[in-house]
Design a protein around this ligand. Structure first.
Ligand SMILES: Cc1cc2nc3c(=O)[nH]c(=O)nc-3n(C[C@H](O)[C@H](O)[C@H](O)COP(=O)(O)OP(=O)(O)OC[C@H]3O[C@@H](n4cnc5c(N)ncnc54)[C@H](O)[C@@H]3O)c2cc1C
Ligand SMILES: NC(=O)C1=CN([C@@H]2O[C@H](COP(=O)(O)OP(=O)(O)OC[C@H]3O[C@@H](n4cnc5c(N)ncnc54)[C@H](OP(=O)(O)O)[C@@H]3O)[C@@H](O)[C@H]2O)C=CC1
Ligand SMILES: CC(C)=CCC[C@@H](C)[C@H]1CC[C@H]2C3=C(CC[C@]12C)[C@@]1(C)CC[C@H](O)C[C@@H]1CC3
Length: 504
């Protein structure tokens, strides 16, 4: 690397100074402000009254776009640095941006078992609203700042997905503003073709304005069992059998620490009366070790054990360490002194990290880092883990099972007519293999995923060509919906929003 300036040294080698002294306090204040605001708005019940006016505002903007000659395509005005992806979308600059300031939980209907919310509601905000009422959505993707809109239009997966499927599968209806400015509601029974086409459409069929999501009763604690397993075949067998045992295991997750060693975690909600107080672990308390370190210690001790974790803390267990990505930015972040002094300021907001990363840091990540989630049938899990080990050799690896039902839409299960059990293999970190090349290696991984009849999560870089992309994702229904709702002028195709050339 050429000679670095003092500013570069500060921004790359000592990025933690910026993070610890500026970004952490800023994240804390930001979260505090919005948490208080969200509570007040929810208590006042003012959001539902304002929702229709806000939707009318979006319709007005779409009509203005039409009147201005529909020259460029539309997208939301949410700035690229705020999104939960390593990249900034470049198409935003040249698109007609529609301001969708829809940030509130609208209604919790415990009779119908539904929560209705606006698309910018975050997972942290939603779990914080529902938990005190004794309810939860069945799948809570773990990073606090993931939004309902992003998870519907992209996808969401969590350790309860082996029962409930992906985030789209717990959604009951969507309200959208279409390219002609009209508002439409779709569900399994109303405009069902549109309902099935919306997930993975990345805002290219319409602008999402509200989502109804199923809710289930929530306990205060979950009992989490940790089982260290040695040998890849044993790991795969244990993971698969745990995932298929949906009666016993409400939550299943694996952390693979080497190709041969993993901890498989299974959990269930428990009544307060079942909780053994001496076995409670408040894992998100500021002085506690990061979750993946806690689990690694259990692996080192080869200790089969269990503990009781407050439900919200379990849901957001990977937020504080951004899975394990924060260790590259604040290497001493898990040190006990740091945790006691600054731990309470975590998690740092991904959006602020993105906003303050310099071009050099971005290039460093681009060339020496991988962030990918590969969704493959569990029958191919062993082969995929072996190949990812050969290609990138990054650990820990996140293993999260999910059920893929045979619904119409972009994702078709490998087995054709039947729903299938899949696994999300998440590789995040610095590849140790000397052979790593950002494009060639990612393409090799993508080829393997395609051969395995799997899918790539699209918040991450994709180097597929348009044809390869269309082979991975079934565009049959999507193309029909784009025609039916005259999207050609209004919105780009999914590929034109997610391919590497339109992301910086
Ligand atoms: C662009 C953008 C715009 C937004 N606009 C709005 C808006 O206008 N209105 C709005 O309401 N929200 C908005 N949000 C969402 C908001 O900023 C936050 O993401 C959200 O409110 C944070 O909620 P949280 O309490 O879960 O987060 P945190 O800051 O993590 O938590 C707050 C409190 O919960 C505790 N806590 C954290 N994790 C756990 C856990 N696992 N278990 C138990 N306790 C825990 C903490 O100790 C803390 O006391 C916006 C987000 C974005 C990205
Ligand atoms: N556990 C998990 O499941 C995790 C999931 N993720 C991924 O992160 C992404 C979500 O991140 P987040 O920051 O919340 O979302 P983003 O802002 O990244 O939005 C994702 C896509 O959804 C579109 N979109 C969002 N809101 C609307 C709306 N109201 N109307 C129309 N289109 C909309 C965006 O369109 P536009 O470009 O026009 O704004 C964009 O194409 C998903 O892709 C998800 O798969 C990441 C980490 C963990
Ligand atoms: C559980 C699933 C499905 C995905 C988890 C993905 C996360 C690990 C990544 C999503 C966005 C990523 C970003 C970073 C680290 C990894 C993620 C949190 C950075 C914070 C890394 C440092 C850069 O400077 C900014 C990145 C922003 C996005």
């Amino acid at each position: 690397m050429p000679h670095k300036t003092l500013t570069e040294i500060l921004l790359i080698d000592y990025r933690w100074i910026i993070v610890v002294f500026f970004l952490l306090p800023a994240s804390f204040l930001y979260n505090l402000f919005y948490s208080v605001r969200s509570k007040i708005i929810f208590k006042l019940h003012s959001a539902p009254k304002r929702h229709d006016a806000k939707v009318a505002g979006i319709q007005k903007q779409v009509r203005q776009w039409k009147e201005s000659g529909s020259k460029t395509k539309m997208c939301t005005a949410r700035p690229g640095w705020q999104t939960m992806s390593f990249r900034k979308p470049m198409y935003k600059k040249s698109s007609y941006q529609i301001n969708c300031n829809l940030v509130d939980v609208l209604e919790v209907d415990t009779d119908r078992k539904v929560v209705r919310c606006e698309p910018l509601v975050s997972m942290g905000q939603l779990s914080e609203t529902l938990a005190p009422l004794g309810w939860t959505i069945p799948i809570v993707p773990e990073l606090d700042d993931l939004t309902v809109g992003g998870l519907v239009m992209g996808t969401g997966v969590e350790s309860s997905s082996h029962i409930y499927g992906l985030f789209q599968h717990i959604c009951l209806s969507y309200e959208l503003v279409l390219a002609d400015g009209s508002v439409v509601k779709c569900s399994e029974t109303e405009n069902s073709d549109l309902f099935y086409a919306v997930p993975w459409s990345y805002g290219t069929l319409g602008l999402l304005t509200a989502v109804e999501i199923k809710i289930i009763p929530a306990s205060t604690y979950i009992r989490l069992h940790y089982e260290p397993v040695v040998g890849l075949q044993n790991i795969v067998d244990k993971f698969e059998s745990a995932s298929r045992d949906t009666k016993r295991n409400q939550y299943v997750e694996g952390l693979l620490y080497t190709l041969d060693e993993a901890v498989i975690m299974t959990g269930e909600m428990v009544e307060d009366s079942e909780v053994e107080p001496e076995k409670i672990n408040d894992i998100s308390k500021w002085y506690k070790p990061w979750f993946f370190v806690h689990v690694r210690d259990i692996l080192k001790r080869r200790e089969k054990t269990y503990e009781y974790i407050p439900l919200r803390e379990y849901y957001h267990r990977h937020s504080r360490a951004l899975f394990w990505e924060i260790q590259d930015i604040v290497p001493f972040g898990n040190n006990v002194i740091f945790r006691y002094l600054f731990g309470w300021l975590l998690p740092v907001k991904v959006s602020l990290l993105k906003l303050t990363q310099t071009e050099t840091v971005k290039k460093l990540y681009e060339n020496n880092h991988i962030i990918q989630d590969l969704l493959v049938p569990t029958s191919t899990m062993k082969k995929c883990c072996e190949e990812f080990d050969r290609l990138v050799n990054v650990y820990p690896v996140w293993l999260c099972p999910f059920l893929l039902p045979n619904n119409p839409g972009m994702l078709q299960p490998a087995k054709g007519m039947e729903s299938d059990l899949y696994v999300d293999i998440g590789v995040y970190g610095v590849p140790k293999g000397r052979r790593f090349h950002p494009v060639d290696t990612t393409r090799a991984i993508e080829d393997l995923v395609e051969k395995s009849k799997g899918f790539q999560m699209l918040y991450a870089d994709t180097y597929r060509s348009r044809e390869e992309f269309r082979r991975m994702f079934d565009h049959g229904l999507y193309d029909k919906m784009r025609q039916k709702y005259q999207c050609q002028d209004g919105f780009p195709e999914v590929y034109d929003k997610v391919n590497k050339n339109v992301r910086d």
